[in-house]
Design a protein around this ligand. Structure first.
Ligand code: PMP
Ligand code: GLN
Length: 381
């Protein structure tokens, strides 16, 4: 019909959160943390709201935050970034993704999406007039199928979106995989959109790896971060893009016509937060690791098969034992209504819904919430 935005339906996160509210379920669906907001970052936002500025900040973002983003790249990744020419502040990573795809794609370009893929990628790729080309990771290993990835690249391929640590499966791509992708970027003259919003939420001594750290592709990589994830304030919607100046320029031009700017008080607070000592980042990882253990152990006790969770807010469980019909979406609706616990079906992250065997639980919740969810699941099972 003539509906303009017909390339998507209601997002799975909205659908599950709405149902969870309706039936008073514990919401382990939509990914957001509870009770982890750092007090000093909230206070920095309050100071900035009191003292201003209140008017449009610079289009590229407050210099203070752009400097803090560059400092953080040096501190955690040993990377040199020119804050004036290589950093852009956006209203969340969601806007950063839209700016990057709108800024870099032409109609008819193809973009490789590694599935399970975050739900905004294919929608924005299509809105940019480009074509999403899926490459599927499959359970139980969720390994990168290198041959399939190679075969998916053709003469019209312009970009590849790579999300590490990866929502929804909690996977951290290793150095070998990233090197493989880096070589493809060079061989086929591609750009990578590196969605790294979970860069600091990496567990058990694992390291966050970024394509941006491979010197021979640094000028081909658009690195995206999110204060929402780094400071457990997902409602704030402060994101940042780091990229070579030539790549950043068209992204910044797109940003002018998407939001133009981001609330300055929240930018100032994010800048303050990024400069917190290493102990803050360590404490966040430790707190999330403990929550992961509570949920993963509890789910396994109930009889769910849960894989290892290396990063992010999410644990993925095989639904099979409780879902003979083999439809994860139906199963999540049933679980929400019958058990009173909301989860998200993994098929929502596949364009063809062709992996329907697994569901995602968010463990970034308080002990009380996790205990209540587990008690409900145990009673239901
Ligand atoms: N990318 C991924 C992989 C995400 O999981 C999310 C949100 N949870 C986003 C981007 C969006 O981040 P933001 O809330 O900063 O827009
Ligand atoms: N990124 C969050 C998740 O994966 C949800 C964000 C949203 O609700 N759009 O659950």
């Amino acid at each position: 019909g003539n509906v303009v935005f017909d390339s998507c339906g209601t997002s799975i996160f909205e659908t599950m959160s709405r149902l969870a509210r309706e039936v008073d379920a514990v919401n382990l669906g939509q990914g957001f943390p509870e009770g982890l907001e750092p007090k000093e970052v909230i206070e920095a936002a309050m100071r900035a709201l009191r003292d201003g500025p209140h008017q449009y900040p610079p289009m590229l973002g407050l210099p203070d935050l752009r400097q803090a983003v560059a400092e953080t790249a040096r501190r955690f990744l040993g990377l040199e970034v020119d804050w004036e020419r290589e950093v852009l502040v956006t209203s969340g990573a969601t806007e950063a993704l839209a700016d990057a795809l709108f800024g870099l794609l032409n109609a008819g370009d193809e973009v490789i999406l590694i599935e399970p893929a975050y739900d905004s990628y294919p929608v924005i790729v299509r809105r940019a007039g480009a074509i999403p080309i899926p490459v599927r990771l499959r359970p139980p290993t969720w390994e990168l199928p290198r041959d399939e990835l190679k075969r998916a690249i053709g003469p019209r391929t312009k970009a590849i979106v790579i999300n590490t640590p990866m929502n929804p499966i909690g996977k951290v791509f290793d150095d070998d995989d990233l090197r493989f992708v880096a070589d493809l970027l060079i061989e086929h003259d591609l750009v990578a959109i590196a969605d790294e919003v979970y860069e600091h939420l990496v567990f058990d001594g694992r390291r966050h790896n970024t394509l941006f750290a491979q010197p021979d592709v640094r000028d081909r990589v658009v690195r995206i971060g999110s204060a929402g994830k780094t400071f457990s304030v997902t409602g704030w919607k402060v994101g940042y893009v780091t990229a070579d100046a030539k790549l950043l320029a068209p992204i910044a031009r797109a940003h002018q016509f998407v939001t133009f700017t981001t609330p300055p008080a929240l930018q100032a607070a994010a800048a303050f937060g990024l400069r917190l000592p290493d102990s803050y980042y360590h404490g966040l990882r430790t707190a999330l690791e403990a929550r992961r253990d509570v949920l993963v152990d509890g789910l396994r006790d109930i009889g769910f098969a849960v894989g290892d969770v290396g990063a992010t807010y999410f644990a993925v469980a095989a639904a099979s034992r409780f879902d003979p019909a083999g439809d994860d979406a139906e199963f999540c609706l049933r679980l929400t209504r019958e058990a009173g616990v909301a989860a998200v079906p993994i098929s929502a992250f596949y364009g063809e819904r062709d992996v329907r065997s697994h569901i995602r639980f968010c463990f970034a919740k308080t002990r009380e919430t996790l205990d209540e969810a587990l008690a409900r699941l145990a009673r239901w099972s």
